[in-house]
Design a binder for this molecule. Structure first.
Ligand SMILES: [Zn+2]
Ligand SMILES: [Zn+2]
Length: 243
């Protein structure tokens, strides 16, 4: 009987965690709790230093040098800084993409570890009032069945005992995918796409906006603008990948 249960548990586990590495298809180590093989897991590394303190863009140079990049020097950000867990390349990019579009939920925990580590290291949580995930337009949320930004925000809130507010900031307009747009077009594309249902909730709050990726920052910047105009005292951005 026990043998049958063990056998069944093994099958169930294999359904949750496919036998091959979710990224490169190599055979995973037997009994591994990760969806990735050892090699791919090793490639999931924190954002390499040095990087810009304001927009998290890594650049060549010695760690310890002044950390402000020229790319964001002339940009108007409504957030104080963007904290990103890893570079959006290689295995990380593949994991984020599959997690987002293919519903590969088993890849979430692989990324969450890096995400929470970056959050702990670069954000002073005693000075944060709430965590707000970037919302999806309702039709997209239905189509995709879950909001990946909310998944990470929830995980973070649970780990750090932070307060998550998920249904106040909402997307009031569907927007074209940002992938093929340049920075100016991206900003234009998301302009006016968000609104707070009850803006007074954010009054004098210190907010951390969570998204899966940060590329030009157009989306999170627009969220930050709306939150600041609702009266938020400060906004920081936290994402998994830095494009
Ligand atoms: Zn692999
Ligand atoms: Zn920068």
């Amino acid at each position: 009987m026990l043998g049958a249960i063990q056998e069944w548990a093994k099958v169930a586990l294999e359904l949750v965690y496919p036998a091959d590495c979710a990224v490169c298809k190599a055979t995973r180590e037997p009994g591994s709790r990760s969806a990735l093989c050892g090699k791919c897991r090793e490639e999931l590394r924190p954002l390499p230093r040095p990087f810009c303190e304001r927009c998290s863009l890594p650049f060549a140079g010695q760690a310890g040098e002044p950390v402000r990049c020229s790319h964001c020097a002339d940009k108007v950000f409504h957030f104080e800084k963007a904290v990103c867990a890893c570079r959006l390349t290689g295995v990380a990019r593949e994991c984020i993409h599959r997690f987002k579009y293919n519903g590969a939920l088993w890849l979430g925990p692989e990324l969450a570890e890096l995400f929470v580590a970056a959050a702990r290291e670069r954000i002073e949580w005693a000075k944060v009032d709430c965590v707000v995930p970037v919302p999806l337009f309702p039709a997209r949320a239905r189509e995709r069945q879950f909001n990946q930004a909310e998944w990470f925000a929830r995980r973070l809130a649970r780990t750090l005992s932070a307060n998550m507010i998920a249904n106040n900031l909402r997307r009031i307009r569907d927007t074209a995918t940002q992938a093929f747009l340049n920075a100016a077009e991206r900003a234009q594309n998301v302009r006016g796409a968000f609104a707070a249902r009850r803006p007074e909730v954010f009054m004098k709050s210190r907010v951390v906006v969570v998204d899966d990726v940060f590329t030009t920052g157009a989306t999170t910047n627009e969220c930050a603008r709306v939150l600041r105009s609702a009266g938020a005292e400060s906004v920081m951005v936290l994402t998994v990948g830095r494009g």
